[in-house]
Design a protein around this ligand. Structure first.
Ligand SMILES: [Zn+2]
Length: 294
């Protein structure tokens, strides 16, 4: 099944929701970054959340989510646009943690409970907007719900789940975000909470073949759900050799001269997608001439 995200509303416009299956794109991200299971789960959850947050945007707007905890994973970062393209990385992909519960990955300890969650939205204005909150648990879904409550005053239920096989393959991944808009009545919140509490874990539902439509349907079936959009989603990074050429040129004449003298070549790796770009001596000399002419 292909990955996709849906955008829905319910309860006469007092509820909005997003649901996504991301098994393939999380697999792709984990393969690129060669992540171990706990890192795969953390990265998968952040990618899934970020792409749903991207679906809240318009046009060329961008959202970047950064979790900076004090755990061994280091930073977990993802960035998405409104077109269903998401990319991301985890600083220490080979982190392994022991879990108190067999079969469960301890994402909270790997991320760390002390730290910050930053959400940056680039809406094409002069300055991007950043909202930051302290981490609640490092489990990511809870941290995002807290972000929405505190930073955007939007009560939200967030579920994110990644199921990893013993061979490190991602078996199932996905999530949902349900938000109450300002006109929502109190009893709606209570009923929604009940519906959500009665759900099996999200990764299990996806594993069993449930879709964003059926999962959101279970939560919103008493509130007349309308599906507005279905967006195909993928792991996609806009990096390219020519973009990295500009990075090299911006290092300046001296740096480039040293690089040519010492190594005679350069290998640059994109943080976000782990793609490698190689530059040979001729190419570096051309970039040096460009840097020198600036
Ligand atoms: Zn890239």
């Amino acid at each position: 099944m292909k990955d996709y995200c849906i955008r829905v509303s319910a309860g006469n416009g007092s509820i909005r929701g997003f649901g996504a299956t991301t098994t393939n794109l999380v697999n792709e991200a984990c393969k690129r970054h060669k992540t171990y299971p706990t890192a795969s789960a953390a990265l998968g959850r952040v990618l899934t959340a970020t792409l749903m947050m991207g679906a809240m945007l318009k046009g060329d707007d961008l959202v970047t989510v950064r979790l900076l905890g004090d755990g061994p994973l280091g930073a977990v970062v993802a960035s998405a646009n409104a077109k269903g393209q998401v990319r991301g990385y985890v600083q220490e992909p080979h982190t392994q943690t022991k879990s108190k519960y067999p079969g469960k990955l301890d994402v909270g300890s790997a991320v760390g409970k002390n730290g910050m969650l930053h959400v940056t939205k680039d809406l094409g204005l002069k300055e991007p907007y950043t909202g930051s909150v302290p981490l609640v648990s490092g489990e990511i879904a809870e941290d995002l719900a807290y972000y929405y409550q505190v930073s955007e005053q939007t009560p939200s239920a967030v579920a994110l789940g990644v199921l990893i096989d013993i061979d490190y393959k991602v078996l199932a991944s996905g999530g949902f975000i349900i938000q109450l808009l300002p006109n929502a009545k109190e009893e709606i919140a209570v009923q929604l909470e009940n519906n959500i509490n009665n759900l099996p874990p999200i990764s299990e539902m996806i594993r069993e073949g449930e879709t964003p439509e059926t999962i959101l349907g279970r939560i919103l079936n008493n509130f007349a759900m309308t599906i507005h959009e279905k967006i195909p989603v993928e792991f996609s990074c806009p990096c390219s050799k020519s973009r990295l050429e500009s990075v090299l040129i911006s290092l300046g004449k001296e740096e480039l001269e040293a690089m040519i003298a010492e190594q005679g070549k350069a290998e640059l790796v994109c943080h976000f997608c782990a793609e490698k770009y190689n530059f040979n001596k001729d190419e570096l000399e051309r970039l040096l001439r460009e840097a020198a002419s600036k």
